[in-house]
Design a protein around this ligand. Structure first.
Ligand code: KG4
Ligand code: ZN
Length: 338
């Protein structure tokens, strides 16, 4: 990938992390993330109005912290990327307005960034990311297998027919009374449990590129109701995590086989999961497929990955207008049909 010369700022406010980052090409100079997880904890999920207000409070302090961490002044910046889609519109608008205001006052271009493209290309910040490859994108809102022909050219192969993987982690954690956000809580609980104790359904029949987690979610709920106080929550978490991670990895590797891809990337919040990373690494190496997984700080929502896509898009001469909207749903840019 080619990048514009000089530091690029990124702003990310699509969900419940306020983040401002600075990159020089694929190199991270700063990546400041202010998580709202504690704020949303009592509801067990993100409350849109609360998220938007918290972004408005956090965005300028995050900007100051990111510039200080990067050792960069505002006037050093050559461009700005702001996530404008998809996400919570109120939340997105805060970061997008900040990106526009900075762009206008500093007289530098800004470009609206697709949140999922930022996750997909985060793999290129973490090692030798060759194209084409298969990307397993697993986050709180999305679970997709994408054939990445080149930067900017994405062919969706399959995805979830119900919950996203991260959403399933969050809901199951709630059922098990483990707290929010569910992914890290389940991962922690699972380290003390036995993954074979409670057999769990794998959802859709293989082979497929799609996922369904609703049966698994129901199985956990029924298990919790049946066992009551006798439930071994740590083993329930381990059993759930083992099935989700193996299903995710097996289907992404099946896509590699079908499309003759030699590289699989695993990106998005759930890619921070240690069991998924271990299982994927072991299975892929048996099949002669290379795995690229970004550093954990680049897996969960962050603005460095947004700045990274901006640095590449700006180098192609792209820039967005001041009337660019925030969108709750949006297809991947320049999607390629099968
Ligand atoms: O990418 P992300 O930060 O935000 C979205 O774009 O959705 O992903 C957040 C999701 C949450 O559902 C969270 O529970 C999950 O990623 N997550 C994890 C882990 N860390 C975060 N899931 C499993 N294991 C983890 N260690
Ligand atoms: Zn995300």
């Amino acid at each position: 990938m080619n990048y514009v010369d000089g530091p690029v700022l990124g702003i990310e406010t699509s969900c419940d992390e306020t983040s401002v980052g600075v990159v020089a090409g694929s190199r991270v100079l700063a990546n400041v993330v202010s998580s709202q997880a504690k704020l949303h904890q009592r509801w067990g999920g993100v409350v849109p109005e609360v998220a938007a207000r918290a972004h408005a409070e956090a965005v300028l302090p995050c900007l100051a912290a990111a510039l200080a961490e990067a050792g960069v002044e505002l006037h050093d910046l050559v461009g700005i990327g702001g996530t404008n889609r998809p996400g919570l519109v109120g939340a997105l608008s805060v970061g997008l307005s900040a990106a526009k205001a900075l762009s206008f006052s500093l007289r530098i271009p800004f470009v609206g960034i697709h949140h999922l493209e930022a996750h997909i290309l985060s793999a290129a910040m973490s090692g030798d990311c060759t194209f084409p490859h298969v990307c397993l994108l697993v986050s709180g809102g999305h679970t997709e297998i994408i054939f990445v022909h080149a930067p900017g050219e994405y062919e969706p192969l399959g995805g979830t027919v119900d919950d996203a993987a991260g959403e399933a982690f969050d809901k199951v954690a709630r059922t098990l009374g483990l707290g929010y956000p569910g992914g890290p809580k389940i991962e922690e609980a699972a380290t003390h449990g036995d993954a074979r104790r409670y057999p769990m359904p794998r959802g859709l029949q293989d082979p497929t590129f799609n996922f369904s987690f609703s049966g698994l979610k129901t199985a956990i709920r029924l298990l919790a109701e049946r066992e009551g106080d006798n439930l071994d929550r740590q083993s329930a978490a381990a059993s759930f995590q083992a099935v989700v991670t193996s299903v995710l990895a097996d289907r992404a590797l099946y896509a590699c086989k079908e499309r003759d891809a030699k590289l699989v990337t695993v990106v998005g919040g759930v890619a921070a999961n240690g069991e998924l990373r271990r299982y994927m690494a072991a299975s892929a190496s048996r099949q002669g497929i290379r795995v690229l997984t970004p550093d954990r700080s680049l897996c969960t929502d962050n603005a460095a990955m947004v700045a990274h896509v901006a640095a590449w898009r700006l180098a192609r001469g792209e820039k967005s207008d001041m009337n660019l909207d925030a969108l709750s749903v949006a297809p991947l840019p320049r999607g390629v049909k099968a």
